[in-house]
Every structure is written in structure tokens, then in C-alpha cells.
Design a protein around this ligand. Sequence first.
Ligand code: TXA
Ligand code: MG
Length: 321
Amino acid sequence: MAETGTDLAKAKTLLESGALVAIPTETVYGLAGNALNEKALLAIFETKNRPQFDPLIVHVASLEQARDLVIGFPPAAENLAKEFWPGPLTLLLRKKNIVPDLATSGLDTVGIRCPDHPLTLSLLQKLSFPLAAPSANPFGYVSPTQASHVNDQLGSRIGYILDGGISRVGIESTIVGFTPGDKPVIYRLGGLSVEQVESVAGPATLQVNSSSNPKAPGQLKSHYAPGKPVKMGNLQHLLKEYAGARIGVIAFQHPLKEVDPSFQIILSPQGDMAEAAANLFRALRELDKKPIDTILAEPVPETGLGRAINDRLQRAAADKF
Ligand code: TXA
Ligand code: MG
């Protein structure tokens, strides 16, 4: 069990000593360490069992702090930051030398975002350095959206969990990079919809699928996956296919009368996409703990955050390798 609480002074002292602290954000909880300290960065990779080719996102208190870490700020990036920070948007920008290569896995760009959570923003404002923070889960598993999720898997490996309640957005940030001509490229669908990105930066290309050498491992075919197999498709068809099997169900709006309600999670009875996104990872984790063998899930409509939800479900359902 990791100590859990809202003691900002304690979190600050630990981080200043090079130790790690789990922090709440509006998207998912992060496993944070001093982004400019190589020892802290190594500890992040080790604690998560994360390969070092997977770069980390650096969290800042403001657009001004982000400027200290990057060479130039393309106009499209600046416009996006001004519109959506603090918020679920990570920008890939050319890094300055003060950002260790370990943070970016040797890439010349660094992923930066300003998270929209009062506790974590206040912590970042008190610190003299930015925080590197991947999602606070073992590599490849479902991201945590509340303190107890972090404790379930990493509790014995970290000193302190800053408890900021349930993550409001519930799905990771949208990652946006830029072409040399300043056009936006979306590398990971996330808590900011494609429509929102395009409303500020113009038409975006999507590069969210990659096989062996992904730019963002969130692009790996199998990622964000619970321990139990996930099958995605039309629920009525899947029910027939899995007749007699021990199944759990993730449905968008409507429960299935054929299935025990305690083995079903409805993402949003009103069909609200933001609510569905906020409930998705909790649903995967809760069903993973039930006495079932397979999780059946239906795709949601491809509007707004629906694309990011379907992306996560597809990766959760992909064969592991
Ligand atoms: O919402 C979020 O982004 C959460 C919270 C904690 O901020 N963080 C998060 O981090 O999801 P993580 O490490 O689980 O996922 C970060 C993704 C990885 O797939 C990584 O490859 C990609 O961001 N990434 C980071 N820096 C990159 C870079 N310079 N170029 C390409 N991809 C990058
Ligand atoms: Mg992650």
C-alpha cells in the first residue's frame, strides 16, 4: 500500500529528492518524477516496467514554462496551447538540450502538456522543474483513473499517491505534432477530439496506427489492455458466439436483458460521449476483477470522443504479442 493523500508539501519534498509520486490529472493518473533528473527518469521506466524506447510526456504549469523546454513554438502549436491548455492536449515540439534524451527516448521532439487538475497544477507551480509522467500503470495495461487504481498495481513500488479524486476526462491526452509546414498530425486520439484540434489548427492527418517501430507506443496494436481477453463487436452477435461462457459486458447505452447486471457496465445511459470516456477504463478494470473469462464490448458512435473510445477498445481487444 502506498500512502495516499492530498499533502502537496510532502509530494514536493519527495519530488525534489528525486523520488516518484503518482499525480492526478484530468485524463488519467501519472507516475511523476523530475523531468530534468536522469535518476528520476530511470526510476519511472523501472517502476512501470516500461521500455526505454517509449518517450515520456513532460508536464508544465504554463505555456511560459513550456517555452523554456523547446526551440521555437510553431504558430499552430501556440494557438492550440492557448486554446486548450490546461487540458488533454500533448504537443510534440523540438526540444532544447536541457531536456534529457532519456525523457524523449533520443527523439529530437518532446511531448509537453499542461494538465487541467487543480492539485497537480498547484504542485507544478510550487516546483522549480517540470514533471515527466507517463500513465501510472504497468506498461501495456489499462491507465488508472483514480488513486485506488494506482495503488492496486504500483502501490508497493511508489512512496506517495496524491489523491485528486476521479479523473474527469478518463482517457489520455490527444498527441499532436506538426509537419515542417506547420500542419497538425495526430499521433494518438485522446481527450481532445479531432474536431476540436481542427477547429484551431486546420485539417489534421491521423497517424495513430503503427506496427513495429511506433512513434508513440500508444500506437501499438495491443496496448491499454486488461488481463482478460476483450472481444469487440455487435453485442447480440457476440452473445450468441459466447453462449454458455462466463462473460462480462461493456455496453454504450443499453443493458442486455440476457446478462446478469452485476457483470455489465453501461458507459453512458444518456449516450453522452464525455461520460462514456470517463467510465471506460474503470469499466475495463472492474470487469477484469470479476469471475468471468471474456469481456465483450460494443463500439460507440464515431463522433467526438467516440473515436478515442473505439481506439482504446480496439487496442484492448488486439492480440497481445
Ligand atoms: O493524458 C496523458 O497524456 C497521460 C497523463 C498522465 O498526462 N500520460 C500518458 O503518458 O498517457 P504515457 O506515457 O502513458 O503515454 C505517452 C505517449 C506514449 O505513447 C509516447 O510514446 C508518446 O506519448 N510520446 C511522448 N513523447 C513523444 C515524442 N517526442 N514523440 C512521439 N511520441 C511521444
Ligand atoms: Mg500509458
